[in-house]
Design a binder for this molecule. Structure first.
Ligand code: GRF
Length: 203
């Protein structure tokens, strides 16, 4: 089973997926990592692991549609079973989402549906929530709004800072993303007409 990972930055979630693959715990192979940012550190992580690292800079395309068309081509060349968004900081066009519907996952640093969008940790802290976390979800046309597949929660301490909360949540991301990818590749996690199913049961 073949996985393509899309990144824009540091790629610590990519690293968690690479580590799982190294330990034979991913259920498939990362065949390419694609970044829209030429300087993304995750590209180096890919190269260090012997994975094809592709730069596709969005600035070189005149429109979102042109960029997404080019991205679809690069992705399909690798014939993936699953596309994993791991800190890919681009809004995807409906055409792109439709093309890969049901086989594209994203990870978001909040307990969705709470705190869609950016600055999730600061907003959660400002609201004084006692619980925060991260979610793996299928990608649909609604930004950060696709059906949730797996979540991990953390307790928010009284003296929690944005940095400490971010670190806690990141550690959980690295735990749950490889698991969700494995479940998908094993056919256990699916997006059906009625939403997400696990082992054939609605979540
Ligand atoms: C993570 O916080 C993830 O939830 C969000 O982007 C960040 C990516 O971090 N979608 P990294 O590049 O994997 O370190």
């Amino acid at each position: 089973r073949r996985v393509v990972v899309l990144i824009s930055g540091n790629g610590s979630n990519l690293q968690a997926l690479i580590d799982a693959q190294t330990h034979d715990e991913l259920g498939g192979e990362i065949v390419a990592v694609i970044s829209n940012e030429p300087d993304a550190y995750g590209l180096q992580r890919a190269r260090d692991a012997g994975i094809d690292a592709v730069v596709l800079p969005h600035r070189e395309y005149e429109s979102r549609d042109a960029y997404d068309g080019a991205l679809i081509k690069v992705i399909e060349r690798h014939e993936p079973d699953l596309i994993v968004l791991a800190g890919f900081m681009r809004i995807l066009s409906p055409r792109f989402v439709q093309r890969f519907l049901g086989r594209m996952l994203n990870i978001h640093p909040s307990l969705l549906p709470a705190y869609q969008g950016l600055n999730t940790h600061a907003r959660a802290l400002a609201d004084g929530v006692t619980e925060h976390g991260c979610s793996v979800h299928f990608v649909t046309e609604e930004l950060d709004g696709g059906p949730v597949a797996l979540q991990a929660a953390v307790a928010v301490a009284d003296d929690e800072t944005k940095a400490s909360l971010k670190q806690k949540v990141h550690a959980r991301e690295h735990l749950i993303y490889p698991i969700a990818v494995k479940w998908f590749l094993e056919g256990r996690l699916q997006l059906g007409a009625e939403g997400v199913t696990f082992d054939g049961q609605p979540l």
